[in-house]
Design a protein around this ligand. Structure first.
Ligand code: FES
Length: 260
């Protein structure tokens, strides 16, 4: 029997035959992304409560003092946030998230898009997405700073003087910064570009230089890569909450708990 052609109805924006709550995912995604962007923007302009010894907010790390620049409203956060923001903006997972939730182009599978147009791929306006591998190098550099902050958060002053000796200690803020760096590391090293870099680009591990080592790395990264979406969200919440925690302590709203 000859196959019969199936004619789907022509649909406009949001039109679909789907009966499930397809809009819930994009709506929640948009709400979270916009809330995070709003909070990060507020903190970048606030330029206060970002550090209290021995803690430094991840939004302000590395800390580059801007007071001497003579530029109104310029905060240290504004200088460094483009680095991690560029990494997330060009992330292969986040592209799907914001194409659907913010651009609604289309908002979901089998749902009418915002405006019908020819598919251009990631060319023209979206060509910058190809810079992701370079954003990865920057992100790895930021991890070095963030892990250094965790190390610094382990050494507490023994007196009020600026040059007072320091002693080993762990507070709630240390734990918060440690978890933040851990989740950001999982997010960074589960990146598709990182996977390509450590071994995905090879045709043959057995003939490549350090092939056995790179194969082990590639297998490990592949396991992480399967959870990249989860790491993307956990680390986004993590970095926002870490900054919020430092802000609460630095502003005197709460008192940090020191475990030992
Ligand atoms: S693909 Fe998401 S960070 Fe590289």
């Amino acid at each position: 029997m000859a196959n019969k052609a199936v004619h789907l109805p022509v649909v406009g924006f949001g039109g679909t035959l789907r009966k499930d709550a397809w809009w819930a995912g994009p709506a929640v995604t948009a709400a979270i992304l916009l809330a995070f962007i709003g909070y990060a923007t507020f903190r970048a302009f606030e330029n206060d409560f970002f550090a209290i010894d021995p803690y430094l907010s991840p939004f302000y790390s590395p800390l580059i003092p801007t007071a001497g620049f003579g530029i109104p409203f310029l905060s240290p956060a504004m200088l460094i946030l483009p680095g991690p923001a560029g990494f997330r903006l060009t992330c292969y997972y986040y592209r799907k998230a914001y194409y659907r939730s913010l651009a609604m182009d289309p908002p979901a599978c089998a749902v009418g898009e915002r405006s019908a147009h020819r598919y251009n791929g990631e060319t023209k306006l979206l060509l910058f997405q190809n810079l992701h591998r370079f954003a990865l190098y920057v992100a790895v550099l930021f991890l070095v700073f963030l892990w250094h902050d965790v190390w610094v958060a382990l050494w507490w002053k023994t007196g009020p003087a600026a040059d007072a000796p320091r002693t080993f200690g762990v507070g709630m803020g240390t734990v918060v910064l440690f978890l933040n760096s851990t989740f950001l590391s999982f997010y960074t090293f589960s990146c598709h570009s990182w996977r390509h870099l450590v071994g995905g680009s090879l045709d043959s591990f057995s003939t490549a230089v350090f092939g056995r080592f790179r194969h082990s790395m590639w297998r490990g990264v592949s396991r992480l890569n399967a959870h990249h979406m989860a790491f993307a969200w956990i680390s986004l919440f993590g970095v926002g909450l870490s900054d919020f925690y430092v802000r609460l302590v630095a502003s005197g709203t709460i008192t940090d708990v020191r475990f030992f």
